[in-house]
Each structure stands twice: as structure tokens, then as C-alpha cells.
Design a protein around this ligand. Structure first.
Ligand SMILES: CC(=O)SCCNC(=O)CCNC(=O)[C@H](O)C(C)(C)COP(=O)(O)OP(=O)(O)OC[C@H]1O[C@@H](n2cnc3c(N)ncnc32)[C@H](O)[C@@H]1OP(=O)(O)O
Ligand SMILES: O=C([O-])CC(=O)C(=O)O
Length: 374
């Protein structure tokens, strides 16, 4: 297997610290959380077990998991003051700005006063994010003030019920759960590194997560799942997809949902979410968007040797479940919060302020010329 040449701009290939949480691309394509392969976790664990693993270093026993899920369930509702703020945000706001504001505002209402409260703050955000997203969405788009609590056991099911107001199918619950597992953690990616830099100043959990949300928002990072959806919806058939993509490459446009900063030959999450996307397409009785997505994958590999990253087939999978495109990246927030918070805790446990140096490429030393003579 070819290893990707990791060098050049963007700090590529440089170690910026140690972590026990995750390995990415160790043999060109692998991904592990605390030593567990992500495909093993996707097959044999739930998202709540993965959250527990990232926050505590070990998978929970049944008793620990039951206690943890009860704790999270009790933290799902939003304070009235936060609901009032969410109601002020217009329907055409960027949903990632809503998540950022929701996180930051909750930090005003329930601050993390000291680091003994770090688990409490992380769990609060984990439990409250689905409601932050859906309360704003349903109020601004449908004029409905939803109840932020549900009887759904899992966070994935809870999100789907908040969004639709009805009990999701077992299949949709399962896909959401797998999706949240796949997105949970990814070593020193841009948003996690943002969170760690913020943590290294001994700032609070809410500030670290708010900064990370802003970083995830960009289309080169988490925003790619939405951008991929916008793209595939413009293609009328597999042949049209290939023709239009050829034009995009000719114009040197980036194709969202392809390529990766670390993986060289494939993203291990793709095969998993792609399989679910196919199942959902068949369940819906219309495979056209899935077929178009497969044509995109083939074309990018044949022409550029670029492979789908985690975002590409998430687009069609979420779409098949009726999730509005604008909520795709906020769902990523609901999941990656676990990785961010775990990294904040890890940074705090062995901290030195993160402060790299720069290579100066500016002017030689010079004197200020009085303004009248410039
Ligand atoms: C969950 C996540 O955040 S996964 C990433 C989500 N982001 C995307 O899907 C956005 C599209 N992809 C990209 O922009 C890039 O592949 C990134 C940002 C993910 C990685 O960037 P880099 O590490 O700089 O990419 P890399 O070094 O592999 O690029 C090699 C070449 O392939 C090109 N390339 C990489 N990805 C793409 C793409 N998606 N479309 C077109 N060309 C691409 C680069 O422009 C570069 O070409 P050049 O040598 O002529 O400049
Ligand atoms: O690791 C990265 O650069 C991007 C990322 O977060 C992911 O792929 O999940």
C-alpha cells in the first residue's frame, strides 16, 4: 500500500503532540479510536458507547452504559433563555452559525467553572446539540416550537424524532447511529486542532468547542457533505455526472467529498456509509442518486486516483432519510463534539501552551518615514 507523501504547507506530516485517542491512515487507510477499529465499532457498538470510550478510555460495561445514557437523556432539554435566542436567529442563517451561537450561549448560562466540570460540560453539549439544531430549524422554517425531549433511547433516534416529530424506523435509527460513530473522532484534524489550541491556553470547554465549530464549517472540512449533496443533485444521470465532473476538473475546481489530507488510497469510513446509502436507496425504491454517486466515485478514481472521503456518501445517505441538506454539517458537530471534548481533556492532562513559530518572509528592518514625506 502506498503511503501518502506528508510534507509541505499546512503543517502536513509534522507531529504537533501526542494522543491516545486515535490513529488515522496508519497503513494508508486505517482508523482506530482508543485501539478499536472504526468498522468494529460501527458493527458492534453504539454511538453512546463510543462517546463513553473517548471520554473515559474504555468501553462501558452494561451498567455503566445504562447509567451514562440516563445521564445524557436527562440533559437533553434546553433552557428557556437559549430557546429565546434560537428563536431570534433567522431561517436563512447558516446552520453552523446557529450551532456556534447555541454552544457559546449555553456556555454563558451553564459555564464550566473549573476543569472538574469538564465531563459535565461535554455531556451537556452532547445531549443538547440535537435540540439546538432542531429547535431553531423547526421554529424558523415551520413556525413550530418543538418539545426538546423525546422517548428515543439513542441520540441518533432522538435527533430524527425532534426533526420529524415522528418515531423513526429502526433502519434510520441504525444509520444515524453508525454515521455518528464514523464522524466521532479523527486525530489532529483542523477543527480538533483548533479545540486543542484553545484548550492549551486553559480556556473553558465551551470556548474550545465554539472555535472548533467555526473551523468545521468550511467546505474543505465538514462543510464538504453539504457541498457534495449540492453537486450530485445537479447531475441528471451517471453519464451527465462524468461529463460535468470532467469540466469541473478542467476548470481546476475542487470536487467536494473527494481526497483527504492523510489517507492515501481510501477512507475506511466510505465503504461503511456507502453500503448504508445503497440500502436506503433500495428501501426508497429509487436508486438514481446512488447510481450517480457511484459514477462520481468511479470517475474520480479513474481520472485522478482520488477516492471518496467520509463526506461523499453521507450526502446521499442523509438525503435518503429526508434530512435537509443544510443540517448535514450540524449533524457532524453532534458527533465530532465527542472527539473535540476528548482532545480538550487530553490536552489539559499534559498541557503546554501551543505556540508554533513562523518563517519570516517580510521586509528587511526599516525606519518609519514621517507621514508628510511618504
Ligand atoms: C471530514 C473531512 O473533513 S474530510 C475532507 C472534506 N473535504 C473535502 O471533501 C474537500 C475536497 N477535498 C480537498 O479539498 C482536499 O482533498 C483536502 C482539503 C481534503 C486535502 O487537501 P490536501 O491534503 O492539500 O490534498 P492533496 O495534497 O492530496 O492534493 C493533491 C492534489 O490533488 C488535488 N485534489 C485534492 N483533492 C481534490 C478534490 N477533491 N478535487 C480536485 N482536486 C483535488 C489537489 O488540488 C492537489 O493538486 P495539485 O498537486 O495540482 O495542487
Ligand atoms: O482528518 C481530517 O483532516 C479531516 C477530518 O476531520 C476527517 O476526515 O474526519
Amino acid at each position: 500500500m502506498v503511503d501518502k507523501k506528508l510534507s509541505g504547507a499546512g503543517l502536513r506530516g509534522q507531529s504537533a503532540g501526542e494522543t491516545k485517542l486515535c490513529t488515522v491512515g496508519k497503513s494508508g487507510s486505517g482508523l482506530t479510536y482508543c485501539g478499536y477499529d472504526v468498522s468494529d465499532l460501527a458493527d458492534n457498538a453504539t454511538f453512546e458507547e463510543v462517546a463513553y470510550l473517548l471520554f473515559n478510555g474504555e468501553l462501558p460495561t452494561q451498567a455503566q452504559l445504562s447509567e451514562y445514557k440516563a445521564e445524557l437523556t436527562a440533559l437533553r432539554d434546553l433552557p428557556d433563555a437559549l430557546k429565546a435566542v434560537l428563536k431570534l436567529i433567522p431561517a436563512d442563517a447558516h446552520p453552523m452559525d446557529v450551532m456556534r451561537t447555541g454552544c457559546s450561549f449555553l456556555g454563558n448560562l451553564e459555564p464550566e467553572v473549573d476543569f472538574t466540570q469538564q465531563h459535565k460540560a461535554a455531556n451537556r453539549l452532547l445531549a443538547a446539540f440535537p435540540a439546538i439544531m432542531c429547535y431553531w430549524y423547526r421554529y424558523s422554517h415551520d413556525g413550530v416550537e418543538i418539545d426538546c425531549t423525546t422517548d428515543e433511547e439513542s441520540l441518533g433516534g432522538h435527533f430524527l424524532k425532534l426533526l420529524r416529530g415522528e418515531t423513526p424506523s429502526a433502519q434510520h435509527r441504525k444509520v444515524m447511529d453508525v454515521s455518528l460513530i464514523l464522524y466521532a473522532e479523527h486525530e489532529f484534524n483542523a477543527s480538533t486542532f483548533t479545540a486543542r489550541v484553545c484548550a492549551s491556553t486553559l480556556s473553558d470547554m465551551y470556548s474550545c468547542v465554539t472555535g472548533a465549530i467555526g473551523t468545521l464549517r468550511g467546505p474543505l472540512h465538514g462543510g464538504a457533505n453539504e457541498a457534495a449533496m449540492d453537486m450530485i443533485q445537479k447531475f441528471s444521470s451517471p453519464a451527465d455526472a462524468k461529463a460535468q465532473m470532467a469540466g469541473m476538473l478542467e476548470r481546476k475546481e475542487k470536487i467536494m467529498g473527494f481526497g483527504h489530507a492523510i489517507y492515501s488510497v481510501s477512507d475506511p469510513r466510505n465503504v461503511i456509509i456507502k453500503a448504508w446509502s445503497e440500502k436506503l436507496a433500495h428501501e426508497n425504491g429509487d436508486t438514481s442518486l446512488y447510481d450517480i454517486s457511484v459514477a462520481c466515485e468511479e470517475f474520480m478514481w479513474d481520472t485522478k486516483k482520488l477516492f471518496c472521503n467520509a463526506d461523499f456518501f453521507h450526502a446521499s445517505a442523509y438525503h435518503f432519510m429526508g434530512i435537509p441538506t443544510k443540517l448535514f454539517t450540524p449533524i457532524f458537530v453532534c458527533s465530532r463534539l465527542t472527539g473535540w471534548a476528548a482532545h480538550v481533556m487530553e490536552q489539559r492532562s499534559n498541557n503546554r501552551i501551543i505556540r508554533p513559530s513562523a518563517d519570516y518572509v517580510g521586509s528587511e528592518p526599516r525606519k518609519v518615514v514621517p507621514i508628510s514625506q511618504r
